[in-house]
Design a protein around this ligand. Structure first.
Ligand code: FMN
Length: 198
């Protein structure tokens, strides 16, 4: 059975507009893909901690020796094995909450999610062909160099070998000049379109 991995980085839980948008997308998508299973990971509940120097050294040693089947790489193995991935996270400090960054550090594992080629390039080892990044933003950053969330996720997809990174975004939601509900309705309509082919 094909598996979609749903990574929930929506720290505000039931209050989160990003999570509501992601759930809308997933319900639509699942209705059209009943033969797929969805595995959900609550990134905050993982309670990941920043790596210490000693942990980085231990991971590097395991990567070099090929001991990649232990708990240190469980999240990376799960990410690499998923057929399709949805990552939902609000826009915080121009990117995303720290729990997402911690997760990304944990899954970036040499010879699990990517490897280095002879010429130093990164070659992706992940099975997923598409990753959908769902976010909502208080302000409007479309096309702005200040936006570091989607840019980072897109770059990592290249590193992990995920060919088609996609974005679903509702922005300007905290701008008093905007009708946030109308913007979210527009994003839900976009989600319906994405669910047709994702
Ligand atoms: C801690 C924190 C940091 C934020 N940083 C930004 C930011 O840098 N730029 C911005 O436009 N909005 C920022 N926002 C606003 C959120 O992006 C916006 O309200 C979003 O819709 C929240 O998503 P959620 O309802 O899923 O939590 C921030 C909100 C919080 C709570």
């Amino acid at each position: 059975m094909n598996q979609l991995l749903f990574l929930d980085g929506c720290v505000r839980g039931e209050q989160s507009r990003t999570l509501a948008l992601a759930r809308h997308f997933l319900a639509r998508w699942q209705a059209q893909n009943p033969d797929w299973s969805v595995e959900q990971v609550d990134l905050a509940a993982l309670e990941l901690r920043p790596f210490s120097g000693a942990e980085v050294a231990r991971r590097g040693e395991q990567e070099r020796s090929g001991a990649l089947d232990g708990p240190d790489f469980a999240l990376a193995r799960q990410f690499a094995a998923a057929d399709r991935i949805v990552l939902a996270a609000p826009f915080w400090e121009l990117s995303f909450p720290a729990v997402v960054k911690l997760y990304l550090e944990h899954i970036s594992a040499v010879n699990v999610t990517f490897r280095y080629a002879e010429d130093g390039r990164c070659v992706g080892l992940c099975r997923a062909d598409r990753l959908l990044y769902i976010t909502t933003r208080g302000g409007s950053y479309d096309g702005s160099e200040d936006e570091c969330g989607w840019r980072q996720i897109r770059g990592l997809c290249g590193m992990f070998g995920i060919q088609e990174p996609l974005l679903l975004c509702a922005e300007g939601l905290d701008d008093v000049r905007n009708d946030a509900e109308a913007l979210l309705a527009q994003a839900r309509a976009e989600a319906d379109g994405l669910a047709e082919f994702f």
